[in-house]
Design a protein around this ligand. Structure first.
Ligand code: NDP
Length: 274
């Protein structure tokens, strides 16, 4: 079983650099998928209230027998629940579904700028952090302007910004800003949901290393310092995606993949999703 490296967040909490995502996995299928991931060696699981599978995640965690302190559980506050009181209530509901007494990372799922509630929502996350109910507070899909505005109103710097990030959407500006502010970059849809796995640049690097295209893309992320949370419901792929710690891409290979950047969004634009 491979050893997954950790990244130390700005509050000292350590997050596994590679975790397991469960977006679009129905609740009943989530339990066997997460069980398969835990069995393969994953210890970090990324869910969200809107995925409707926090119960399925919680069941797999409980069945695993793995000590709570060896697990890293992330969930996210849905847009409709933004606002101070609504956030605290939604958090309680997520925790109950997960069957946990705290989560390791809680994220504001989207900024939804037109609602203009993310500052109030962030105050609720500050409270949850102060109460020890979340080990780290973070955001997701925040653009540079949203991060700067948040920090104009709060001294709590998000530990993480989870953003769409893959070779087709490399997010150079946000990654640089995260570096300046001390925010860890977490990549969602790290495999672009499979859309780039046939790209010549990726296929040829994969062939050179005797690896799969997905492994090469994950390796590219890891070498950039990103936290990644690939999703799969296929046990062989679940194992394959974890088997990425015993080879290294050269600078030329990193550059060749870097050339695939083209503003490719597989999901919504955070400036307009409300
Ligand atoms: P990914 O980029 O992880 O791609 C998942 C897709 O790729 C699935 O169709 C999967 O198929 C396939 N796949 C996985 N491994 C391989 C492999 N080794 N070879 C070939 N195909 C493979 O997409 P997601 O959108 O699921 O993103 C990952 C996670 O990020 C989500 O599950 C979620 O936790 C998070 N996320 C967060 C968002 C946010 O707004 N904060 C938005 C979207 C995602 P199969 O399952 O059939 O094996």
């Amino acid at each position: 079983m491979s050893t997954i490296p950790h990244i130390t967040l700005n509050n000292g909490v350590r997050i596994p650099q590679l975790g397991f995502g469960v977006f679009q996995v129905p609740d009943a299928e989530t339990t066997p998928a997460v069980a398969s991931a835990l069995d393969a060696g994953y210890r970090s699981i990324d869910t969200a209230a809107i995925y409707g599978n926090e119960k399925g995640v919680g069941a797999a965690l409980a069945d695993s027998g793995i000590a709570r302190e060896d697990l890293f559980v992330t969930t996210k506050l849905w847009n409709a629940d933004q606002g101070y009181d609504a956030t605290l209530k939604a958090f309680d509901e997520s925790l109950a579904k997960l069957g946990l007494d705290h989560v390791d990372l809680y994220l504001i799922h989207w900024p939804t700028p037109a609602r203009d509630l993310y500052l109030d929502t962030w105050r609720a996350l500050e409270r949850l952090a102060a109460d020890g109910r979340i080990r780290a507070a973070g955001v997701s899909n925040f653009q540079p302007d949203h991060l700067r505005r948040l920090l104009d109103h709060s001294s709590l710097v998000p530990a993480v910004n989870q953003i769409e990030l893959h070779p087709g959407l490399q997010q150079r500006e946000l990654r640089a800003l995260h570096g300046e502010l001390g925010i860890a970059t977490e990549a969602w849809s790290p495999l672009a949901q499979g859309a780039l796995l046939g790209e010549d640049a990726i296929v040829s690097v994969a062939a050179a290393h005797g690896r799969s295209p997905a492994q090469v893309v994950l390796r590219w992320h890891l070498q950039l310092g990103n936290v990644v949370i690939p999703k799969s419901v296929t046990p062989s792929r679940i194992r394959e995606n974890l088997d990425v710690f015993d080879f290294t891409l050269s600078d030329d290979e990193m550059t060749a993949i870097g050339a695939l950047d083209r503003g490719l969004r597989t999901g919504p634009d955070p400036d307009t999703l409300n």
